[in-house]
Design a protein around this ligand. Structure first.
Ligand code: EPS
Length: 381
């Protein structure tokens, strides 16, 4: 499977094209819209989210609620476009002056992009903007629906914001709390401190990052491959996760802690039970060994840096005068960690669905499901 997105933050719309889906995958538009709505939420979001109400327009490749095997094209309207049309239009009479950015923001794509493309900063920030993640959620929701039809569950939680770390449990009660928390945090004590941290950040013109955990349950052993560098599933997941705006690091299972442990405590002993197959006594590897799933829950963590657009701007250089100035202040979110959790669930869904289709290559969902079941039977014995 492959997909491309197009669209600027303040252009007319975002576009996504998916190719390689089997025919007969049930696709629920309401489910895509639910994910889009969730991505727009979270307590630290700025004024833009009051303008946008993302709803997908399915243009092609789906008929009667099922994929046809043809490319699936998706659109998301930018409601803010009406306020930007004169500035962002492709037409030659576009107003290129009034929202020109000459003070690149440290931490953003502004400066490197302007130097690389020899163009104005706005042309860079419009495409670099995390607005693009709305389409990646829509595309990922299609992949997630395919996985869900095979019984795979993808879920995520926020485990730290602005230096406040939540305690972590694996109980259903904990995951219930994650579901009902505006921060997607399952530890109410930590959540209280995170609210305080947000107020403080708002008052100080600061922004906040955090740490997100994503899990995938019910994956069989053997997705991905050890045989070539670009087929290793952990590498492919890392690429997708790091491609999300503001994500600076990713780890699997115990991650960086593994560097401190002796081998006997780092690895997960193998056991066998007749009728259910091989399993592990622990999951320090986070469900991936040798670039392949090992049948345990897949668990990864990602760190998001604080959003670089600050109301208390950092020093930069004016690109026209070369004089020191303060970075431009654009309307911004203070914290988008809960939104990034939703984005990461969906980019992970995409990579996993792709790996599933690679292993169980199929033109129709019926064929896919039958190959999936046959393999599950083989793994149980
Ligand atoms: C973003 C800046 C803000 C965010 C935007 C990402 O947009 P604006 O400049 O229009 O206020 O709201 O995120 C979204 C629009 C979105 O849908 O997530 C940036 O510079 O990256």
């Amino acid at each position: 499977m492959r997909f491309l997105t197009a669209g600027e933050s303040h252009g007319p719309k975002l576009i996504g094209i998916i190719e390689g889906l089997p025919a007969g995958v049930k696709l629920n538009k309401a489910e895509i819209d639910r994910a889009l709505h969730q991505r727009q939420g979270g307590p630290g979001r700025g004024g833009r989210m009051k303008i946008e109400q993302d709803e997908v327009n399915i243009v092609s490749g789906v008929r009667g609620g099922q994929t046809t095997g043809a490319p699936v094209a998706l659109e998301l309207e930018n409601r803010d476009w009406v306020n930007w049309e004169q500035i962002m239009t492709y037409r030659e009479d576009a107003d290129l002056e009034s929202r020109k950015v000459t003070a690149p923001r440290p931490g953003h794509a502004d400066l490197s992009g302007a130097l690389k493309y020899r163009t104005e900063v706005r042309n860079i920030l419009e495409r670099a903007s995390a607005r693009e993640t709305a389409m990646r959620v829509a595309v990922g929701s299609v992949a997630r629906q395919l996985l869900s039809a095979l019984g795979v569950i993808i879920r995520g939680r926020v485990v730290a914001v602005g230096g406040v770390h939540a305690s972590i449990e694996e109980t259903p009660e904990y995951w219930q709390k994650v579901e009902s928390s505006e921060w997607s945090v399952g530890d109410p004590e930590a959540e209280k401190k995170i609210w305080e941290r947000l107020d403080q950040a708002r008052a100080e013109g600061e922004s906040l990052g955090g740490i997100i955990e994503i899990q995938a349950l019910n994956l069989p052993a053997g997705l991905g491959s050890h045989v070539q560098w670009d087929r290793k599933l952990d590498g492919r997941l890392a690429q997708a996760v790091l491609s999300v705006q503001a994500i600076k690091g990713v780890s699997f299972g115990r991650g960086f802690e593994l560097g401190d442990l002796p081998g006997s405590q780092a690895h997960d002993p193998i056991v066998y039970t007749a009728g259910s197959g091989y399993s592990r006594l622990s999951n320090n590897a986070g469900g991936i060994e040798g670039g392949m799933t090992n049948g345990q829950p897949l668990i990864l963590k990602a760190v998001m840096k604080p959003i670089p657009t600050l109301y208390k701007p950092l020093g930069t250089v004016d690109l026209e005068t070369k004089e020191p100035v303060l970075a431009s202040i654009e309307r911004s979110d203070i914290c988008a960690v809960p939104a990034a959790k939703v984005v990461l669930e969906h980019v992970v869904s995409w990579v996993l669905a792709d790996a599933v289709l690679e292993k169980f290559s199929a033109d129709s969902f019926v064929e896919l499901e039958s190959a999936w079941r046959e393999y599950a039977d083989y793994l149980r014995n």
